[in-house]
Write a protein that binds this ligand. Structure first.
Ligand code: IMP
Ligand code: MG
Length: 175
């Protein structure tokens, strides 16, 4: 971590502008409805905080946390919900807010689990999409930025729990 080399990938201004665009799109799509935003801990908390303050529709929020067996930056595929939402989502419009779609395993698991609870609608908004890393096919409905590959940190995203507090997104160049 101490000798990690990194370069800015998305600046806080770029992020601000993109989050505003996403919020406008979401506000249009859900006009006249009340949205339940489910943030996926921990990575999505910064993005979610920015997003809800740009929405022009009423929303309520909850959080879930998932773990995948495996370690470090490699996920093995065995996903479990370690903290479930506390809210009933039957007949609600639900938008899952995630930091990053990588292999797609976490989100495809969560979407399957939530669909069984009978929401009125269920969509996914991901801040980042690493398109070339999928192990299962998965498409988020709203995506902030798309990259091919690489490890990114900051704006909520961590490397072994560090670097979440950086306001910009960096790509690690010496991993
Ligand atoms: P999945 O591989 O699509 O299941 O993504 C699992 C999770 O891995 C994401 O929600 C992130 O929390 C984490 N992750 C994947 N790539 C990165 C990265 O580049 N930086 C930080 N976290 C990442
Ligand atoms: Mg995550």
């Amino acid at each position: 971590m101490e000798n990690m080399q990194k370069e800015i990938l998305y600046s806080r201004d770029q992020i601000d502008r993109r989050v505003m665009e996403l919020a406008e799109e979401i506000s249009r799509d859900y006009a006249g409805r009340e949205l339940v935003l489910v943030g996926v801990l921990k990575g999505a908390f910064v993005f979610m905080a920015d997003l809800i303050r740009r929405l022009k529709i009423p929303c309520i929020i909850d959080f879930a946390r998932l773990a995948s067996y495996g370690s470090g930056s490699v996920s093995s595929g065995q996903i479990v919900i370690t903290k479930d939402i506390e809210m009933e989502i039957r007949d609600r419009d639900v938008l899952i807010v995630e930091d990053i779609v990588d292999t797609g395993l976490t989100l495809s698991y969560l979407v399957r689990a939530f669909k069984e609870r009978g929401p009125r609608s269920l969509k996914v908004c991901a801040f980042l999409d690493k398109r070339l890393r999928r192990k299962v096919s998965f498409e988020a409905d709203y995506v902030g930025f798309t990259l091919d590959d690489g490890f990114v940190i900051g704006y909520g995203l961590d490397f072994n729990e560090k670097a979440r507090f950086f306001p910009d997104v960096y790509i690690v160049t010496n991993l």
